[in-house]
Structure formats: C-alpha cells, structure tokens
Design a protein around this ligand. Structure first.
Ligand code: XMP
Length: 578
C-alpha cells in the first residue's frame, strides 16, 4: 500500500500537474494527482493542495475550476500559473485576459517577507513563464509578493490563510530556484514529513504482487522498454521464475541488436513474427494505415500466443507495465491511449481485464521512479537509461510515398511532397516538409510560425547533389528499406553513445525518407530532441564535428542521397514523423 498522499495536485490541464507531483515526490513526500473539481471533502486527508497550471483562461466556457471550499478548509493551497488565476478569480480578485502572453525566461523581483513560503528567496532571480492571462488585482487579504517587468502579480500570498499563488512555473528546471519554492511549501508551510523513496518500496511492491496473484501465475508481453521490463522482473522476484512468463514479439521493425538485447533479459521468450508484419505492411504507403496494420498484427500475434499457451484459463493473470500517468486520463500522452487500445482489443486480454485478472505493479510510479526501482533491482543501466522507442518501431520512421514527384521551389526553401505529421492543439495533421540550406534554428522557428502549409523544417547537412535535383519516389515499406534505416539508426546510435551525446538528448529518432535519385533513392533525417515527457520538445543542436562524422558514415551507404537535420520544435512538429 502507498502512503496517503500528503500533497494532492489538482489537475487543471494536462502535462504540468504530473511534473508538479513528480517534483514533490523528488523531495521525498508522496503526492498524487486528482481531478481539479474533486470536492473539498475528499481532499481533507492531505496537508496541502497544489492547483496546477494549464492552458485555459478562467474566462473560457467550461475551463477547469476547483471547489471553492478548498480555500477555507484550513489546508495550505498553492496555485501555480493558471492555478493562481483560478484562486484569484474565485476569491474576488481580478484576472486580466491577455492577448499575446509571455513565454520563456523572465526575471522575478521577490519582496522581502517573513512568510515561510518565501523564506530565503527574496531578491532578483530567473523564472520561467508560460501564460496569456495575468492576475491584475489580488483578492482581499492577499499581498503581492513578487513581480516582473511585465507581470505585476508574479507571486501573491495570504499568509494567515496559507494561500499562495505564483504566476511562474517552479516545477520546471528553467526556474532557477524552483525546487526551493516547492520545498518551502511542502515542508515549511504544510509541515509534511518525508515518507517516500521508490527504492525502499521494492519489498512492498513484491508483497503486493504476491497478495494480488495468490496461487496463480502471471504472463507479460514485454516490449524491451523500461516499464514492462521492470514490472516483469519484479514479478519474477516476487513469485519465482517458474510462475512468471514473459513474451517479446519480434516484429522485424526493431532497431539493430534489439532482439539479442531483449533475449539477455532473464527469462524472456521471443515470438518471431517478422515475416507476418512485413507481409501485412507490403504496399501500404499511408501513414495512419501503416499504424493501423501494425496494431492489428499485434492483436493477431498476441492472440496466437495466448491460445497456444492456454493463458486465459483460471490459473493465469496478465501483468502490465502501466505507470502512473497512464492511469489518469488527461495525463498520459495521447499515444499511451493508442498503445493500450491495441493491447486491450485482444479478446483474451479483454476477458482477463473484465474478470479483474490484471497485475500492474508500477501503476503508482513515475518513469524516473521506475528507473530507480530498476536500479535497486540491479537491472543494467543500458536498459534503464534507454530512450523511448515507439511500439510500431522503425515502420513509422520509414516514410513511404504513393507517387513520384519533384520538389517545389518556394521563396523560403524547397517544399518536399512527403506527408509528415505535426500537432497544433489536439489536432494531428499530415503536411509536406520544407527544406532550407542552413542549420538555422531561429529561421526554422520563424518559418513554422509563419507558414501553415507545412509543420516541419529540415536543413540539408550533406547531400550528394542539390536538393533541387532530388525527387520523391513512389515506394512502400520493404525489407530492404527497413534494413537501410536500421543500419543508419545503428550508426547514429553508436556515434551518439561513443561521444556521450545520447546522455544529453531525450530521444533521437533517425528517419528514412524516399528523397533522392535513381541510384541513391533515400535520404536520412536526424531528429535529436530535448524534452521532459514527450508532450513538448525542442529540436537540439549537435557538435559540428560529431555531425560531420555521422554524415560521413551515413553516406558510405551508396543508396543514401543526403543527410538532413530536423530543426522543428514540438509543437508544431511531433517527435516522430508519422
Ligand atoms: P510524438 O511523435 O507524438 O511522440 O511527438 C511523443 C512520444 O511518444 C512516442 N510515440 C509512441 N510510443 N507507440 C509508442 O509506444 C506509438 O505508437 C508512439 N507514437 C509516438 C514517441 O517516440 C515520443 O517519445
């Protein structure tokens, strides 16, 4: 059993709430996330509440709100960004509806005060802002605690009632002293004590698995990623290897060396489905159709494994590596839902879920905490520190085309008639790609802001011929092209690893696009990104010398016409290309 949360984060809009809860847990205090509108009576057990940031305006119809009774419950409340605005709005202050907003670094001037929330923090300091609206007038009983050049109420306090608001984001690394704000709130204001260290929880998780499973057995579909591998290992330790089975499906769409690597995880069986996946994908060029086929194929293979091994009879339960953000609807990435649908659609699995025969030992942990648990279990760093890799594998990094077409000259660069995905709001859209000739991130950002007919900008780094002379050619997924991409990806991974670059990037997809000539029909795109959780991402720069080495080695493949660099941030360019 987990401790009762001492801090509850009320979710007013997606990604921020999880980062806030995670940062509180990093301080050694157990925190959980709840819906923003949870009635105050259900939150009484916590010592403090955080109302999270979010993208809405308090004036938008249906925007998230909180039960106003939380402000008179005697509990301490910290409103962050949108959370501060909701607090001000509900308590009689005034929120000004901004038009342009303020995004990025700013300098906060924090007043000298005796309030424990701001202890040791007065003076000028760097903060990170991301907002449109601002609090214009604080509610009665509140003081302005800090301001910036453009934001008059960057922090506010009602010390007597232990109610606080900050317009900036203390949970992000760019707020220099963010951790101290959260620590002051958690320890000095709320009086929490340390009760959380994921590493100490290993024996408790194992006991929970034993209690849940009883005399039955457990099977897992393991992807080779961190979560399912740690969950599988925990179950084997808790129940003994003879009562736990793990199956890894080799789709043939994996990276170089992946299947051998997965085999080295003790006790995993490999189901070879390479031929089926490739056959099912043959001839398909449309991105969403490719994803769909892969999802369907997973269902078929999993069903086959379940039938063959009689895993639906009463003796068996299904183990899953579900982690905390996946269990909360607004928190997981859109993809988490997508992956789950595929798995849940397997009839056998659905029966198991319906009868409650599911074990999810990591369902209250964040990714970083899963890594800590994994380290405690002695799993190799090579496994725990891996970058995320999408379930559909190299297939969604190997672009296809249903026609032959030339590139189009525009005033801003060359428009490449490929379909690559982007996001704006909740919308995913497929649009062509713009190629420019310089590695100029500022220009790329300006172009993506200005031109709505594309959502991605790439720069030619080294090409065998001018981009203007290249063509997109009709092609689909073939073993040959997947092999080409796998080799390119292998080169990039090896050089990133040797240079230490892989520890600085969050994820580094390598994409094959059918752009080139008859002799050299494909090009390679490098997409190193920095991110916290994959929801947003920044294109990342690379040391020119390392980039030159990558290009030289990639171009030793005579079928590769050129190497490009993706300069697009997310939004609008998603991390993956399909
Ligand atoms: P995007 O491309 O949406 O990706 O910016 C965000 C994160 O999600 C990963 N991703 C997936 N993971 N199955 C997965 O297991 C998928 O279908 C999938 N699609 C994207 C992506 O690698 C990135 O980390």
């Amino acid at each position: 059993m987990n401790p009762n949360p001492q801090i509850i984060v009320l979710d007013a809009g997606g990604q921020y709430c999880h980062l806030e809860a995670r940062k509180v847990r990093d301080l050694g205090v157990y925190a959980e996330v709840r819906e923003s509108e949870t009635p105050a009576a259900e939150l009484r057990g916590a010592k403090g509440l955080i109302v999270s940031g979010g993208p809405s305006s308090v004036y938008d119809p249906g925007s998230p709100t909180v039960d106003p009774a939380i402000f008179s419950s005697g509990q301490a409340v910290l409103g962050i960004c949108y959370g501060q605005q909701v607090m001000a709005h509900l308590l009689g202050g005034k929120v000004h509806k901004g038009v342009k907003g303020e995004y990025g670094l700013a300098t906060l001037e924090l007043e000298e005060t005796a309030d424990p929330m701001f202890a040791g923090l007065s003076g000028r300091q760097q903060i990170w802002m991301s907002h449109r609206d601002v609090v214009e007038t604080v509610p009665q009983g509140f003081q302005v605690a800090g301001h910036t050049d453009t934001c008059a109420v960057a922090a506010m306090a009602s010390s007597a009632r232990k109610l606080y608001g900050v317009q900036f984001h203390p949970e992000v690394v760019h707020t220099a002293r963010g951790r101290e704000y959260l620590s002051n709130f958690v320890f000095r204001v709320c009086g929490c004590r340390k009760d959380w260290d994921p590493r100490h929880r290993v024996p408790l998780i194992e006991q929970e698995i034993r209690d849940c499973v009883g005399r039955r057995k457990v099977f897992f579909f393991v992807s080779g990623g961190v979560d399912s591998s740690v969950a599988f290992t925990l179950a084997r330790r808790a129940l003994g290897p003879e009562r736990v089975r793990g199956v890894y499906v080799d789709t043939g769409l994996m990276r170089e060396g992946e299947t051998d690597f997965v085999r080295s995880i003790a006790g995993l069986e490999v189901e070879d489905a390479q031929r089926e996946f490739l056959a099912a994908l043959e001839g398909s060029t449309e991105p969403e159709r490719k994803r769909h086929i892969i999802g369907e194929e997973f269902v078929l293979v999993q069903e086959r494994v379940i039938e063959r091994q009689h895993l639906v009879n009463e003796d068996w339960m299904l183990g899953q590596g579900t982690i905390y953000p996946d269990t909360i609807e607004s928190g997981g990435t859109a993809k988490a839902a997508l992956i789950k649908t595929h798995h849940n659609r397997v009839a056998g699995i659905q029966r198991l879920i319906a009868s409650g025969r599911i074990v999810e030992p990591l369902k209250s942990f964040y990714k970083d905490e899963v890594r800590e648990v994994g380290r405690e279990l002695g799993l190799p760093a090579e496994l725990l520190d891996r970058h995320p890799f999408p379930g559909p594998g190299l297939a969604i990094r190997c672009l296809c085309s249903d026609r032959n077409a030339g590139v189009e000259a525009t005033a801003d660069g060359w428009l490449i008639p490929l379909r690559s995905v982007g996001v704006q709001g909740d919308e995913r859209s497929y649009k062509p790609v713009l190629a420019i000739d310089a590695l100029d991130m500022a220009r790329a950002t300006e172009l993506t802001n200005r031109l709505s007919y594309m959502n991605r900008v790439i720069a030619g780094v080294r090409t065998r011929l001018a981009v203007s002379a290249m063509r997109v050619r009709a092609c689909s997924l073939t073993a040959e092209r997947i092999g080409r991409l796998r080799r390119a990806d292998g080169i990039v991974r090896r050089l990133s690893h040797e240079s230490g670059y892989d520890r600085r990037v969050w994820q580094f997809p390598v994409i094959l696009i059918p752009l080139g000539t008859q002799e050299a029909p494909d090009s390679v795109v490098l997409r190193p990104v920095d991110s916290v959780d994959g929801m947003t991402a920044q294109s990342m720069e690379m040391d020119p010398e390392l980039l030159a080495r990558m290009c030289a080695e990639l171009l030793t493949d005579s079928a590769v016409a050129g190497v490009f660099y993706d300069l697009t941030h997310k939004p609008p360019g998603t991390i993956e290309w399909e």
